[in-house]
Design a protein around this ligand. Structure first.
Ligand code: ADP
Ligand code: ZN
Length: 721
């Protein structure tokens, strides 16, 4: 009789054994349906010797229900899933889930029914129906997807279908994707580009694990260079994966890709409709999707013939997943490349200290592009001392920056103001009684969004209409905004330059690839003079007529004070500076700061990246911080504060004593309350050689805590909130 060990998609369960019924054939990696009590769950067959589980007698086994007609998950992916679960202390099922799509994509339907508006206006047009139709516009999707877009219930959409205002439409989901042509539009590379591209092409052809750090200044042509590696993978009939840190960057990427390879790659991100996801997943799993560009989640997809992984803007903190399985996509990408025996390219103009260190000790090969392509120079950088040259009261742009903006307007050139803060103002208070608006669920101020006339919590998404009167003292029109957000800077720009055409670019305004495309088109058409944006505009974009970048508050990123604060500020400001002067015209960058002598500002203005990195790296080495030591955070949370603190203390008291490993805390987290849960943090700090995960597993595995308490372990944490 034949049995199979299966990881089922239920994080609370370990591996389970099943009987393979007569006539069914499974192998490790097969995707199956298994019974569990009265339900049926999707799962994957695994090598029994690799998973411990309780032995169950043959006579007690239940039959597997079904095996899907799909290629089994290959061994390198199975090893990656195991490694990820082990390293990040996550359930295997939770990691496996990232490799599998919703069950719809598994069963291989050839078409799916989507819905779209017909243009017919129903007789009974309730406000909800009107809102739904207006928001849906030309878009199409499942009932549930349209309900989300329309901000209404599924019932409203179904009602609209009955009324003839929305109609079903069959969408085929197994249309093949076009194959990119490696020789469609190759550029003529300059000498240093050609050298880097040559090394990467050879690595792809060799088909072995080889990590590369592609370190090139902004505008040096890193994308063009790694495109050559992708071309080589296509020629070798392999698949290539490009990871991008934001889905907003997908659109400009698609355009460049199409210009180089003659068609779009296959995108994978959270903005896809279900039908698009199904089609993409199946094409990836069968090997038909040749080049995939995606967010970090595309890293776990079942590519049967992976030949190359590229991580673009590899220093970006958004590669760190902060919920569920808390993995870092850059690190997992290197691991996947190693299991798959393929090269991996980490591309960045400002590589993370961790990556630079790996290059320094020779683990990664370093490829440098020291100059901008085509003779474009890096922009001139200067600091504006906000104490010497302050803006007028209630304003945020110093006279020096305003003058520069004016010059650019006169010359018909574009400018970018960078402030990494969404909304109008970070804090709203009552001028009369001092009342401050705080999120009811989080230790955070409600942020005013004047465009939508709301206050919003940026941590949990709680929103409320902006009130007319103070809820505390009832005084009317007494609320004042404190500090600037991008919307407030936009107001200031309007007041200064009423004729300037501006756009605010944040995740509130550019929330889909289509919106990003629209933004790019308007910039390229010269319809915008001044962009005011958050970190969303710091990378990826190439606007030749953009010649001035103003950093509104260079000190902002330093206030958090975690171990990477200075590094992150440096990277972010360097990146946004890199948007200036990318074409024929020279660019300049003005950095507003209250502390022009700070090391970060000095390094930015002088351009001495090497000196800055060296000093930061030394400080990390001395403190035994990553990459020279290891950290893990343990966050204990509960809706009940007493329960949270007691559990955190109990865990702290049970902390094991190991050489070269110290446990700090518990202490209230800086975000002491999040989504209604009280949070306490412990921090584990250890030498590199210490098996931190094993120690934590043993430590926490021996403890129990009340049901309402959640204990989340964050290995290699990036957030210290
Ligand atoms: P990076 O990713 O390093 O910031 P990009 O790859 O975006 O740089 O290149 C900057 C600009 O220069 C892009 O518009 C790109 O198309 C162009 N470019 C770079 N290298 C070449 C080349 N060899 N031939 C033609 N255009 C190039
Ligand atoms: Zn909140």
């Amino acid at each position: 009789m034949s049995r199979a060990r299966v990881i089922v998609l239920n994080a609370a369960l370990g591996p389970l054994d099943y009987r393979v019924p007569q006539g069914m054939v499974v192998e490790p990696g097969s995707i199956v349906v298994a019974p569990l009590g009265p339900r049926q769950l999707v799962g994957a067959v695994w090598e029994p010797e690799r998973l411990q589980t309780e032995e169950v007698g043959d006579n007690r086994l239940r039959n597997l229900v079904h095996v899907y007609d799909l290629p089994p998950l290959a061994a390198p992916l199975r090893r990656l899933i195991e490694w990820t679960a082990d390293y990040y202390l996550a359930p295997l099922a939770a990691v496996l889930r990232m490799a599998l799509p919703s069950s719809g994509a598994l069963d291989g339907a050839r078409s799916i029914t989507e819905y779209r508006a017909t243009g017919h206006v129903p007789e009974r047009l309730t406000p909800q129906r009107a809102q739904a139709l207006e928001r849906i516009g030309e878009r199409q999707g499942l009932v549930a997807e349209l309900a989300i877009i329309g901000g209404v219930s599924d019932g409203v959409i179904r009602g609209l279908v009955k009324a003839g205002a929305i109609e079903p439409i069959e969408v085929t989901i197994d249309d093949p994707f076009p194959v990119p042509k490696p020789d469609h539009g190759p550029p003529a590379l300059d000498a240093s580009q050609a050298e880097a591209a040559g090394a990467l092409r050879a690595a792809v052809a060799a088909g072995e694990f080889a990590p590369y750090l592609l370190d090139g200044v902004t505008g040096s042509g890193k994308t063009e260079v790694y495109f050559e590696a992708i071309a080589e993978a296509i020629r070798a009939d392999k698949q290539a994966l490009v990871l991008l840190p934001e889905i907003a960057l997908t659109e400009p990427f698609l355009k460049r890709f199409a210009a180089r390879f003659g068609c779009d790659p296959v995108p994978w991100h959270s903005g896809l409709r279900q039908s698009q996801r199904r089609r993409a997943w199946r094409a990836i799993a069968t090997g038909e999707a040749r080049v995939v560009v995606g967010a970090r989640s595309s890293l776990f997809l079942p590519y049967p013939r992976l030949g190359l992984i590229v991580v673009d803007e590899a220093h970006e903190a958004s590669f760190k997943q902060e919920e569920g399985v808390q993995y870092h996509a850059r690190d997992v990408a290197v691991m996947r490349a190693s299991f798959e025996q393929v090269p991996v390219i980490l591309a960045s103009a400002t590589p993370a200290i961790e990556s630079r260190y790996m290059a320094e000790i020779g683990t990664y090969a370093e490829l440098k592009l020291p100059d901008r392509y085509g003779g474009a120079r890096l922009p001139d950088m200067a600091a504006i001392d906000m104490l010497q040259d302050p803006p007028p009261r209630g304003r945020w742009l110093a006279p020096g920056l305003v003058e520069a903006l004016e010059e650019n307007l006169t010359n018909g050139e574009q400018s970018l103001l960078f402030l990494n803060r969404r909304g109008y103002a970070p804090l709203t208070l009552c001028r009369h009684c001092g009342y401050r608006f705080q999120c009811p669920n989080c230790t955070a101020w409600m942020v005013e969004h004047r465009f939508t006339r709301r206050l919003a919590c940026h941590h949990c998404g709680h929103v409320m209409p902006s009130p007319k009167a103070c809820p505390e003292c009832k005084e009317e029109d007494s609320l004042v905004a404190c500090g600037p957000g991008v919307e407030r800077i936009a107001d200031e720009v309007h007041a200064l330059f009423p004729d300037a055409r501006t756009i605010v670019v944040t995740s509130d305004t550019i929330w889909s690839p289509a919106k990003a495309a629209e933004f790019v088109a308007r910039m390229e058409a010269g319809e915008i003079d001044i962009v005011i944006g958050t970190q969303l505009v710091t990378k990826g974009y190439h606007f030749p007529n953009l010649t001035l970048v103003g950093v509104v508050d260079a000190d902002l990123g330093l206030s958090g004070g975690d171990l990477r604060a200075a590094e992150r500020s440096f990277q972010q400001i360097r990146q946004v500076s890199g948007r200036a002067g990318r074409g024929g015209k020279h660019g300049r960058v003005l950095v507003q700061t209250h502390d022009p002598s700070a090391r970060v500002i000095q390094a930015l203005v002088s351009g001495d990246a090497e000196g800055f990195y060296a000093a930061e790296t030394d400080a990390r080495r001395e403190a035994g911080m990553p990459p020279f030591g290891r950290l893990a955070a343990i966050v204990v949370s509960s809706e009940d504060q007493a329960e949270a603190i007691e559990s955190a203390r109990m865990i702290g008291r049970a902390a094991p004593a190991h050489d070269n490993m110290a446990v700090f805390g518990p202490a209230p987290a800086p975000l002491a309350m999040l989504r209604g849960r009280h949070r306490y943090r412990l921090l584990v700090h250890a030498a590199r050689a210490v098996p931190v995960q094993d120690n934590i597993r043993d430590w926490l595995g021996a403890l129990t805590w009340p049901r309402g308490v959640r204990v989340a372990v964050d290995v290699d944490p990036y957030s210290f909130l």
